[in-house]
Design a protein around this ligand. Sequence first.
Ligand code: SF4
Length: 64
Amino acid sequence: MIHRVDDQLRDEARRFRLVFACGDCAQFDPEGDRCSLGFPHAPHSDADLDRRDEVVFCKAFELR
Ligand code: SF4
């Protein structure tokens, strides 16, 4: 799901410690640098919201 990133989202992400990237997902295999479900993880690997205007959330994200 593509979501627009604005200052409100950046502020709320910091305040509520929003995690959404592969590094915080139970399905991510850091040793193999891959998603265990076989999804392409490049669109979901960057957790930095400061230098972008949209983010692609993964519907299969599962908190580690
Ligand atoms: S399920 Fe989605 S968020 Fe989790 S590792 Fe795979 S691609 Fe990344």
